[in-house]
Design a protein around this ligand. Structure first.
Ligand code: GLP
Length: 233
């Protein structure tokens, strides 16, 4: 893993942007995208730039299951607000969390990933080391699947909802094997509450207890973290 330690989230966004710019320059066509607060500064730098994605494909990691149609908490809404409205892609895929048959939707999503190999995948990390919505215990060979969210993730994400009970209990997420197929993976983390997860991811054993540790088995991972997230290394 190549680890880049930055001063803060803003500088992290500039470094993250640079990876997107380099990937585009080198012919990348398909970008794996993430939600959460972490990638926002990278998306802001992309929006400020003259990068053009109208010939590119995007594939998002995950989506909540069971939100009402048009919910402004959905990851679909998040992506439009934070990136797509300003930087449209030729085609943007997100898992459909409102599909009647989530298992069928998961299979369909894996086919999309197989048909559009991801050149650069951006990831955040949960406090418990989850990536996408792959919670501790998720097998390394997992593909896109329905997830039952842990209480730790529900608590962490409650800040975006009016009431804790409004946070969905389920999601659909690319699996760890789906993520590991990406040619280049960029994982970002900012803030002290990510320090334990980052330490485990980089220095700990590869274990399903900390899903992000599987990235040690990938040969092209760039980690962009601020000093607080790096404080336990
Ligand atoms: C959510 C998302 C993840 C994200 C994580 C961290 O659970 N499914 O993709 O990485 O939260 O979020 P944040 O970046 O807001 O800390």
């Amino acid at each position: 893993m190549k680890v880049i330690i930055v001063k803060d989230n803003a500088q992290g966004g500039k470094e993250g942007y640079q990876l997107f710019a380099d990937a585009k320059k080198n012919g990348a066509k398909t970008f794996g995208l993430a939600t959460g607060s972490t990638p926002i500064t990278t998306y802001q730098e992309i929006i400020k730039s003259d990068l053009d994605f109208t010939d590119s494909i995007s594939i998002n990691l995950d989506e909540y299951v069971g939100l009402p149609e048009g919910s402004d908490q959905s990851y679909n809404y998040f992506m439009h607000k934070n990136l797509f409205d300003a930087k449209p892609f030729k085609h943007s895929y997100l898992p459909n969390g409102r599909a009647e048959d989530i298992e069928a939707e998961a299979k369909h999503y894996d086919q999309i990933i197989d048909d559009n190999p991801i050149d650069l995948q951006i990831l955040g990390i949960g406090r418990n080391g989850h990536i996408g919505f792959n919670e501790p215990g998720t097998p390394a060979d997992s593909k896109t699947h329905k997830v039952t969210l842990t209480q730790s993730t529900i608590d962490a994400n409650a800040r975006f909802f009016e009431h804790e009970e409004d946070v969905p209990r389920f999601a659909i997420s690319m699996g760890l094997a789906s993520i590991m197929k990406s040619k280049h993976i960029l994982i970002e983390a900012f803030g002290e509450d990510k320090a334990d997860a980052i330490k485990g991811m980089i220095e700990g054993p590869v274990t399903t207890d900390l899903p992000a540790s599987v990235l040690q088995n990938h040969d092209n991972v760039t980690v962009i973290i601020d000093e607080a997230a790096a404080s336990k290394l």
